[in-house]
Design a protein around this ligand. Structure first.
Ligand SMILES: *Cc1c(COP(=O)(O)O)cnc(C)c1O
Length: 454
């Protein structure tokens, strides 16, 4: 009977290394972890396994404690060349944004106090004036993220009413965020018009009733329909909406405040152009092409923004003081015309090919490992600009001498401190300098040496 061989809690507690653990952590916790490890061992025995020794259980407990007490999320080095990598936390922040967030975290702030009167103020006031300036909108509001901004907008303006959306735009953004579901959750009724590939202005026009609350336009940011397609421009929807007295709502997704076409990419819709076209409310993310912390923005007419501010959901999804500080500092870069040099994602997007090639060459010569610098493609990512790439230069390392080949090297890199995320192409490990921050280079090279040396 394997169960009889299972060590007792006391025996595990007396094993090597356990004394150090009970010095660092409350004894009760450690005992709890031992019990849980033993429960798991019992289940394994039931499934036909063998009993672990006291030392095995102790090792399991210390491993569990080690991973539990590591900082999380952990810093990783992004050598994938995907600039806004959702799994890696989207946009890295500018030094000014980081400083602002640190300040906000460290002490008290005037978050909701008007210092000129000493009375209660709005946490949104400062940000509002920046967003007004940058986007040209009358009113502005920042919340937790774009998904919640859209939910708030639809809940505040269209509960019990109809919202007209093109069939081509009733999309899933990712992470379970689907436009039809969000509409349902907000209490609005989705009226989808047109077809998957073609929607005309008259489709919207024909669907408008006295129960229509809004026309909703959604940027299909994470896929592209090509060929026989047609969509209705925001300005055309605005003309129709003015005639009928119902607002146009526009989810532009990534929040590009700079023209992406100036960097050799397709045009990504900007909040400014929607506002200029007369859209009632524009929604966008703060941590995609805006390059700030997680947040969601609503800009538009004062009247509509006020209706959102007064809705009870606004309190439930409000932005926290640290994100607010980071967002304010990030928006300021746009106002000061220094976004391209100060905001990391724009520095990555605008990095010159020669500069990237030089970095890859420098890595190659410093590493002295078998590999070559080859031309490749970086992606913007983050569900924006699908299929759009930027020409780049990467270091391609062949892993022939390494046990386990490229897969093993990738695993070693993920276990490095800090972990390095790369990709495999043609049996080689590919490292794109575009997304590696300059201050991460030394750690990257150390990790590569350790990961590849056989
Ligand atoms: C990314 C995206 C969202 C969701 O934004 P979050 O800030 O991640 O909540 C909504 N709509 C569009 C079109 C998007 O691209």
């Amino acid at each position: 009977m394997q169960f009889r061989d299972l060590p007792s809690v006391d025996r595990v507690m007396a094993s090597d290394g356990m004394a150090a653990l009970t010095e660092a952590y409350p004894r009760d916790w450690v005992v709890d972890l031992v019990r849980r490890q033993l429960d798991r061992a019992r289940q394994k025995i039931r499934d036909g396994g063998t009993a672990p020794s006291a030392g095995d259980v102790a090792d399991g407990v210390s491993g569990e404690l080690r991973s539990m007490t590591e900082p999380a999320p952990r810093q990783v080095i992004n050598a994938t060349g995907v600039i806004i990598h959702t799994n890696l936390g989207r946009a890295p922040l500018s030094p000014a944004a980081i400083e602002a967030m640190t300040q906000a975290a460290r002490g008290y702030t005037d978050l909701e106090m008007d210092l000129s009167t000493g009375r209660r103020g709005s946490r949104q006031a400062h940000l509002q004036s920046l967003l007004q300036q940058v986007t040209g909108a009358e009113g502005a509001l920042a919340v937790n993220n774009n998904a919640s901004a859209i939910l708030l907008g639809l809940s505040a303006l269209s509960v019990g009413k109809e919202v007209i959306v093109s069939r081509a735009e009733a999309v899933e953004i990712g992470g379970g965020f689907r436009i039809p579901d969000v509409l349902k959750q907000s209490g609005a009724k989705l009226i989808d018009v047109g077809t998957t590939n073609r929607t005309y202005l008259r489709d919207y026009e024909d669907a408008i009733t006295e129960n229509t609350a809004a026309l909703l336009k959604v940027h299909t940011s994470n896929f592209r329909v090509e060929g026989f397609t047609s969509e209705v421009e925001p300005s055309e929807l605005v003309a129709l909406s003015k005639e009928k007295g119902i607002p146009v709502l526009h989810d532009v997704g990534s929040g590009a405040l700079l023209p992406t076409e100036a960097y050799g990419l397709a045009h990504e819709p900007t909040p400014q152009e929607s506002i200029a076209a007369g859209v009632g409310l524009v929604f966008f993310s703060g941590d995609k092409l805006l390059g700030g912390p997680q947040s969601g923005m609503v800009v538009g007419t004062s009247e509509l923004v006020r209706r959102l501010e007064r809705h009870p959901l606004a309190r439930a999804i409000r932005i926290d003081k640290m994100s607010l500080a980071g967002l304010t500092a990030t928006l300021l870069h746009y106002l000061k015309q220094e976004a391209e040099s100060e905001i990391p994602i724009w520095r990555m997007i605008s990095a010159g090919e020669q500069e990237i090639k030089d970095r890859a060459e420098r890595w190659k010569s410093q590493l002295a490992l078998p590999g070559e610098v080859i031309s490749s493609k970086s992606a913007v990512g983050g569900g924006s600009l699908p299929g759009e790439t930027l020409p780049t230069w990467v270091l391609a390392l062949s892993c022939e001498g390494s046990a386990g080949g490229p897969e093993a090297v990738m695993r070693n890199l993920r276990e490095a401190k800090p972990p390095v995320i790369a990709r495999i192409e043609d049996d080689r490990v590919i490292l794109d300098p575009r997304t590696v921050l300059p201050e991460e280079e030394d750690s990257l090279l150390t990790a590569l040496r350790d990961a590849i040396s056989p």
